[in-house]
Design a protein around this ligand. Structure first.
Ligand SMILES: Cc1cc2nc3c(=O)[nH]c(=O)nc-3n(C[C@H](O)[C@H](O)[C@H](O)COP(=O)(O)OP(=O)(O)OC[C@H]3O[C@@H](n4cnc5c(N)ncnc54)[C@H](O)[C@@H]3O)c2cc1C
Length: 603
């Protein structure tokens, strides 16, 4: 017995429990060659070297101090509310920890919002959104909760820049786009009320004009989910016209936390929500007691403006989702290579390989699709895209927000599964990934609401026709023999999609809405396939590397191709066969693929 105890006492932490990696030696950018691939694909060439340096810095920072602070904030350093001062007066102050404040300084300091509005000194021009989202992808791998305030700040800046008057711009825009924490104004967007979040038209908060002060209103009501409470610039929807029900009567207001004369605005935080995840962001119940607000743009267009900002924050949501997926993969891959079971590292087992490659597949392919969609968004924002790009954007954004949100939850779940029991323990990042991922399917529109939005843009803007045209021209433009079967698959699936749309648009509203998510899934599958095949063709032509064709094939197998005999017989197990090359981002020569019967057509 004492022998056994001695043996137990001698055990070391590292006995088959993969040792934590030193964050200071990790770099989320360097570990992810696909990110450099996307950077070169979507950023203008003069930005490449500079952007790689910046992302290299942020990648190291995200894996190191940002990550340590994120873990602390989540477990022990959540924001809290100081409700009253010592005189018993309501002060509704939100207190965040020092590390969180440093993360604010680091991330805004990297220019995540600033360079969208100001020239990059070294380059002499502004950054496209793609650049900001590359940074966001790295931040989300470590602190998706904090990426929410960044998103809200980006949205507030967008609204003031595009629809604010000169005075609003002068007073708030430089703060919203500042790199310096001391002069930074963070943003917030408050729509949701207790009677309805999806149903924004049910909003009851009212805005009454202040006598003698044109454009100044007093807002009274309750906002039931107000993330980043305490931010200087809240953009708030409130009913400005009682005679117009629903969203038509809603105006958009800039509600400052502190009024221009330095006094506190009439905003009370009733409490902070006790949440499942994204603990870094304070989400509050807010009461507006005649709070001073400044009308943004035209009174009747409030909801329209907010819908535009919502599109931007939905892209951020998709970025947070793929960021979480990438982190899930990063952790699971390492753990599986170090953990042994039955005398072998677990990543040598085919079932584990299948799980890891599936995780990689969802992550890499969806990340590519998200950045492809962001390129369309950039064209709309810089004015180089016409009406088609706008219609496409309005369709692709809800599609990809929907898909990536669901995938992020699945990815976090898979990472836990690969870790076994340890994955369930809060000393690992995996539980936090799952808790944080779960909100991504809810906020900025639930999956059902996204599906309804998709129908709306189809009916109003015929956006599905634009998508179908784009995909047809992509398929026709692929040159390599390896792309040919994907082109055929895409063309035949597009015919099915068209037929289904024509059919559904003639059905009863209930039948139509019941089938909307299935329709959305089909559209996403086809768009995403077109993205990965385009990437594959480019990578092959550029580097003679056929690795992404394996991903394209796995994607088609997973989402589009029928599984005869439930996929059990005659599977070549491409994922197991090319496991190393896929997971380590190593090149796969054309010849190696041609030996697989799945690619025999190209020999
Ligand atoms: C942590 C957190 C932070 C948040 N921060 C903010 C914020 O800063 N600002 C803000 O404005 N909001 C915020 N929200 C609110 C969030 O946007 C809403 O919770 C979300 O939009 C869903 O609204 P709801 O909660 O009212 O759900 P409901 O609208 O009640 O929906 C409940 C369910 O019914 C479904 N449903 C509703 N209508 C339909 C329909 N017509 N057809 C089919 N299904 C339907 C939904 O899909 C969902 O599954 C936050 C939420 C969370 C959890």
């Amino acid at each position: 017995m004492s022998d056994l105890q001695a043996k137990i006492d001698q055990r070391r932490y590292s006995d088959n429990i993969p040792h934590p990696r030193a964050g200071s030696q990790q770099n989320f950018f360097a570990a992810d060659p696909n990110l450099a691939f996307l950077l070169e694909r979507y950023l203008p060439a003069p930005m490449h070297d500079w952007a790689k340096q910046q992302l290299g810095w942020l990648g190291a920072h995200a894996a190191g101090p940002l990550d340590e602070r994120a873990a602390y904030t989540d477990r022990d350093g959540k924001p809290h509310l100081r409700k009253y001062n010592r005189l018993g007066e309501d002060v509704s102050e939100i207190i965040t920890n020092e590390g969180y404040k440093q993360t604010v300084a680091d991330v805004y300091g990297a220019g995540i919002v600033h360079y969208l509005y100001h020239d990059i000194p070294e380059l002499g021009f502004k950054a496209p959104y793609s650049y900001s989202f590359l940074l966001g992808y790295l931040v989300s791998q470590t602190e998706p909760g904090f990426y929410c305030p960044v998103t809200l700040t980006m949205s507030a800046a967008y609204l003031i820049d595009k629809y604010g008057d000169e005075q609003q711009k002068e007073q708030y825009l430089s703060g919203l786009t500042s790199r310096d924490r001391r002069s930074l104004y963070e943003g917030a967007t408050w729509l949701t009320e207790r009677q309805g979040g999806s149903d924004v038209g049910a909003n009851l908060t009212v805005a009454k004009p202040t006598a003698g002060k044109p454009g100044v209103y007093q807002l009274t009501g309750e906002k039931f989910f107000a993330s980043n409470a305490g931010a200087m610039v809240a953009t708030v929807l409130a009913r400005i016209d009682d005679s117009k029900p629903g969203t038509k009567g809603l105006g958009l207001f800039l509600v400052p936390w502190v009024r221009p004369d330095g006094t506190r605005n009439q905003i009370e935080v009733r409490r902070l929500k006790d949440k499942l995840g994204v603990n870094a962001v304070p989400s509050a119940e807010v009461l507006l007691h005649g709070a001073e607000g400044y009308l943004i743009g035209q009174p009747e267009n409030g909801f329209k403006y907010m819908a535009e900002a919502l599109n931007l924050s939905r892209i951020c949501n998709a970025i947070a989702s793929v960021g979480i997926m990438r982190r899930a993969l990063y952790e699971a891959k390492y753990y599986a290579s170090e953990r042994r079971a039955f005398q072998k590292p677990i990543d040598q087992y085919p079932m584990v390989r299948e799980m890891l490659v599936n995780l990689l597949l969802d992550t890499e392919v969806s990340t590519g699709a998200v950045f492809d969609m962001i390129a369309v968004y950039d064209r709309v924002q810089d004015g180089s895209g016409g009406r088609d790009n706008l219609a496409l954007c309005r369709l692709l954004i809800p599609l990809l927000k929907y898909r990536t949100g669901e995938e992020a939850v699945e990815a976090a779940h898979t990472a836990i599964e690969i870790h076994g029991g340890n994955g369930f323990i809060e000393e690992y990042v995996t539980p936090r990934l799952l808790r944080d991922a779960q909100v991504l399917t809810v906020w900025e529109g639930t999956s059902n609401i996204l599906a309804l939005d998709i129908l709306r843009v189809m009916q109003k803007e015929n956006s599905h026709a634009v998508l179908i045209r784009l995909l047809r021209s992509r398929a026709a433009g692929w040159h390599h023999a390896f792309s040919r079967p994907f082109a055929q698959l895409l063309q035949s699936e597009l015919a099915v999609l068209e037929e289904n749309i024509a059919y559904l648009l003639q059905q009863s509203p209930d039948y139509l809405s019941y089938k909307l998510k299935a329709l959305a899934d089909h559209m996403i599958d086809l768009y995403t396939l077109s993205c990965i095949v385009s990437e594959a063709e480019d990578q092959l032509l550029r580097d003679n590397n056929a690795r992404k064709y394996v991903l394209a094939k796995l994607y088609a197998n997973k989402h589009l191709l029928p599984k005869t005999k439930r996929g059990i017989q005659g599977d070549e197990l491409l994922d197991v066969h090319f496991f190393r090359e896929l997971l380590d981002y190593e090149p796969i020569p054309l010849e190696a693929l041609q030996q697989q019967s799945a690619f025999l057509f190209a020999t």
